[in-house]
Design a protein around this ligand. Structure first.
Ligand SMILES: Nc1nc2c(c(=O)[nH]1)N[C@H]1C(S)=C(S)[C@@H](COP(=O)(O)OP(=O)(O)OC[C@H]3O[C@@H](n4cnc5c(=O)[nH]c(N)nc54)[C@H](O)[C@@H]3O)O[C@H]1N2
Ligand SMILES: Nc1nc2c(c(=O)[nH]1)N[C@H]1C(S)=C(S)[C@@H](COP(=O)(O)OP(=O)(O)OC[C@H]3O[C@@H](n4cnc5c(=O)[nH]c(N)nc54)[C@H](O)[C@@H]3O)O[C@H]1N2
Ligand code: SF4
Ligand SMILES: [Mo]
Length: 743
């Protein structure tokens, strides 16, 4: 007998609602949930393969504990005993910073990852935090922190209403969007065109997204900051800057005009490889559109000028009056956002409150660059302790961060490592204890991260679609027990962790004058929370205190977990609305358009104006039926065009004697790899492209299918030294490489 169950898809940022067909504990089918208030039935091939992803026989079913050098199946009790015994003595002897924490991307796709890592970090008190953000969007956080005083305040393009979208370094037809949660991004782009709007794509590759565009600009990789600076310069020069209703909320416009004066289209054209006329046209079109949104993603972030490019994206939205207005770029308001406080000056955002031990990289948003993880483990310094113990949650830095070979060795040298991961893969194979979460069908789902980045305000929650199998432990409980084990409370009731979090949140809320529960009794409020588990009670709390919440009775028709459960396909909360000045937390209470750290980084960009690198540079690419490093083990999603090949332009191929399908050697600062070439004019001259997340040929993993067609690790071409200095983000795109026909 089969039944159906709803499940929000956790496989990318689009958060589509799925209707699963379930037989016993097996998911045998998945289709788009047509009644989902946000995704309305959309599904992509990954979502359609949800059952195969969920039921991958290589997923671990029990914890593994290392004994006599071998990882062996163990009970949960044995596993947590081993964690406590492995970590506590190191903390006590060498202090909290000797414990490194690595958080990978799936943490933003699980409830556990949204709720527990902050408590783990607070409990440990470590500054050795490394996450996937520093191979991804950290530049955007830094730019938002500096502009708005809040690293989490990221404006989202109003896809469904804009007249003009300028899309930079993003390929949503493959990625389904990022920092812009929009189920059916491709359909929304087609709708933009159908209603007479225009789409411009800036990308060194002619991607499927670029093919949709009215205008495709094949910029030289890494040069977007120059291109955008010149567009801003044109807006000033031609008197096209018009802040409109934003003007009272912005300071620094004149300073900005002066700072960008020499970034003229003629001055940057050579370095961008985009002619000055096109740059002027881009600026004029942006200014002329009734509404417009500038949006940048991976290709604008993971480059040497990532923070400057991210900042300029927002600068252009501000200068054209498109920030915070319908059809422009707006700040979503998610249901679990904190109770909005009254507008007014805040503490602002600071960088470099501490530095990494070896290379003295400044922290950003409390994190050190994941590029520096290997050296923080394998290098001794006069002062400070190396990372001796590592807690890795949903992270595979051996493949996703620079110089995996060095990191691989470094991980092997740790005193102790624990991985919370469903797979025994390139990273978790080094762990002393592996704690496997249940597959997604057996886990509840709420999008704490992506609802705050969605093109429409809405709220959805799905309980586990399938009853957890015997012997499984919810990932929320795994993380709660992990917190207890590493903070010296091993064996305590994991519910204590949730109670502590609830107590802290309520204790604070009742003291805040703007809170709907100001002055009330926290104990009485806690007793009113509903939910079948600690994490559900915490979700109830966040919903009720949030901007749409019932405020524990203050707004009787407001949101609560109970109300959300009564709407299994979600609740639509309406289109994005202007919110300024409320989100601003800068010391001035305004948008600080030319923050000091940005101004100080502009001379570096000025130098780049004169650069004309002669050799080839490398960029990445994503494939619709893949996801970072962990989906190559699902046969239904591999094969076809989802292959680890080097895209190279016919002109470059001819010059180098490279034939289509033949092996080529690619050499970078961190090493070399040999891959088949794919000669294609989809990539511009002077640029080659390799996807990331491949290289599944290391011993000691359990990835039967992936290891049969392992591909190569593109990040082995990097040595970890190239970073965007403000954010510590790795430079993954626009990296110099040499290519020659392998003999
Ligand atoms: N060259 C190059 N490198 C890149 C990129 C690029 O564009 N080019 N992109 C970068 C980006 S944007 C990112 S986000 C990073 C990603 O970097 P990572 O986060 O390190 O890598 P992922 O492949 O997302 O895998 C994370 C791990 O989570 C595990 N996992 C999957 N589901 C779950 C779950 O439900 N719970 C738990 N606990 N674990 C789970 C997987 O088995 C895997 O081990 O890679 C970056 N690396
Ligand atoms: N199918 C699939 N979907 C995914 C993922 C996946 O691995 N597979 N990963 C998820 C994750 S973690 C993320 S962060 C998002 C990322 O989402 P996107 O940012 O949309 O990801 P990409 O497809 O890598 O698109 C980046 C584009 O930037 C271009 N580019 C490279 N260098 C430059 C440059 O210097 N300038 C400009 N203008 N463009 C450049 C590349 O050619 C590429 O087309 O995707 C998410 N969704
Ligand atoms: S677009 Fe993303 S969220 Fe939607 S079905 Fe595909 S993988 Fe899942
Ligand atoms: Mo990412």
């Amino acid at each position: 007998m089969s039944r159906t169950a709803l499940r929000i898809c956790p496989l990318c940022e689009a958060t589509c609602g799925l209707t699963l067909t379930v037989e016993g504990t097996r998911v045998t089918g998945a289709r788009g949930d047509r009644d989902d208030v946000f995704s309305k039935g959309f599904i992509c091939p990954k979502g359609a393969a949800f059952g195969a992803v969920d039921g991958d026989p290589d997923r671990l079913r029990t914890p593994l504990v290392r004994r006599d050098g071998e990882l062996r199946e163990a009970t949960w009790q044995e596993a947590f005993d081993a964690v406590a015994a492995g970590i506590r003595p190191v903390v006590e002897r060498y202090g909290p910073h000797s414990v490194g924490v690595v958080l990978g991307n799936p943490n933003v796709h699980t409830m556990a990852g949204g709720l527990y890592p902050p408590l783990l970090l607070a409990g440990l008190g470590t500054r050795s935090l490394f996450t996937a953000s520093t191979v991804d969007q950290m530049p955007k956080h830094v730019s938002s922190g500096l502009l708005y005083g809040d690293a989490g305040a990221i404006p989202v393009p109003d896809l469904d209403r804009t007249d003009h979208l300028l899309l930079i370094g993003a390929n949503p037809l493959e990625s389904n969007g990022s920092l812009c949660t929009a189920p059916d991004f491709p359909g929304r782009l087609k709708a933009l065109k159908a209603r007479g709007g225009t789409l411009t794509v800036v990308d060194p590759r002619r991607t499927r997204t670029a093919k949709l565009a009215d205008r495709h600009v094949a910029v030289r990789p890494g040069a977007d900051a120059l291109l955008l600076a010149a567009m801003a310069q044109v807006l000033f020069e031609e008197d096209l800057a018009d802040l409109g209703a934003l003007a009272p909320h912005v300071e620094g416009v004149e300073e900005l005009r002066a700072a960008l004066a020499d970034f003229t289209p003629d001055a940057v054209a050579g370095a961008c490889d985009v002619d000055a006329g096109t740059i002027r046209a881009l600026a004029r079109e942006l200014a002329a559109a009734p509404t417009a949104a500038v949006y940048g993603r991976i290709g604008s972030c993971t480059v040497a000028f990532g923070t400057l490019a991210s900042w300029l994206v927002d600068v252009l939205n501000v200068l054209t009056g498109n920030l915070d207005r319908p059809g422009g770029a707006l700040f979503p308001q998610s249901a679990t956002d904190r109770t909005p406080r009254p507008a007014g000056p805040g503490h602002g955002f600071r960088l470099g409150r501490w530095h990494s031990r070896v290379s003295r990289h400044p922290e950003a948003k409390g994190e050190l660059p994941v590029s520096a993880l290997a050296e923080e483990i394998d290098t001794l310094t006069e002062e400070g302790e190396p990372v001796r113990v590592l807690v890795a949650i949903a992270a595979n830095p051996v493949l996703s961060a620079p110089d995996g070979d060095r990191l691989d060795k470094a991980l092997g040298s740790l005193d102790f490592m624990v991985s919370v991961d469903p797979y025994l893969n390139e990273t978790s194979r080094h762990a002393h204890v592996v704690l496997p979460p249940p597959p997604p069908a057996q886990s509840p789902h709420y999008d704490f991260a992506f609802n705050a980045l969605a093109v429409r305000n809405q709220v959805r929650y799905t309980r586990p679609a399938v009853e957890p199998e015997p012997g499984r432990m919810a990932e929320t409980e795994i993380l709660a027990r992990l917190i207890l084990a590493v903070t010296g409370m091993h064996g305590a009731d994991p519910a204590a962790v949730d109670d502590l979090a609830i107590g802290q949140t309520l204790g604070k809320a009742v003291r805040e004058a703007h809170s709907p529960v100001y002055g009330r009794d926290p104990g009485e409020l806690a007793a009113r929370l509903t939910g079948v588990s600690g994490p559900e009670r915490r979700l109830d709390l966040m919903l009720r205190l949030g901007p749409y919440g019932d405020g524990f009775g203050a707004r009787p028709d407001g949101l609560s977990l109970e109300r959300l459960l009564a709407h299994p396909h979600g609740i639509d909360l309406g289109p994005l609305r202007p919110r300024l000045p409320q989100p601003l937390k800068t010391p001035s209470g305004k948008i600080e358009l030319l923050p000091r750290p940005i101004a100080d980084d502009l001379p570096r960009l000025r130098t780049a104006m004169r650069e004309r690198p002669a050799g080839l540079v490398l960029v990445g690419r994503r494939h619709l039926r893949s996801n970072n490093s962990w989906m190559h083990n699902v046969p239904a999603l591999t094969g076809g065009s989802n292959r680890c090949t080097l895209h190279i332009n016919p002109q470059d191929a001819e010059r180098l004697g490279v034939r289509d399908g033949a092996a080529v050697r690619v050499t970078g600062a961190g090493g070399e790899v040999t891959v088949p070439a794919e000669v294609t004019d989809a990539v511009r001259v002077g640029v080659v492209s390799l996807p990331h997340g491949w290289g599944h040929d290391r011993p000691g993993t359990r990835l039967g299918h992936a290891s049969a067609d392992p591909g190569v690790n593109v990040n082995q071409l990097l040595d970890g030294s190239l970073l965007d200095p403000l954010s510590g983000n790795a430079v993954l795109n626009g990296v110099p490489v040499e290519v020659d026909a392998a003999s």
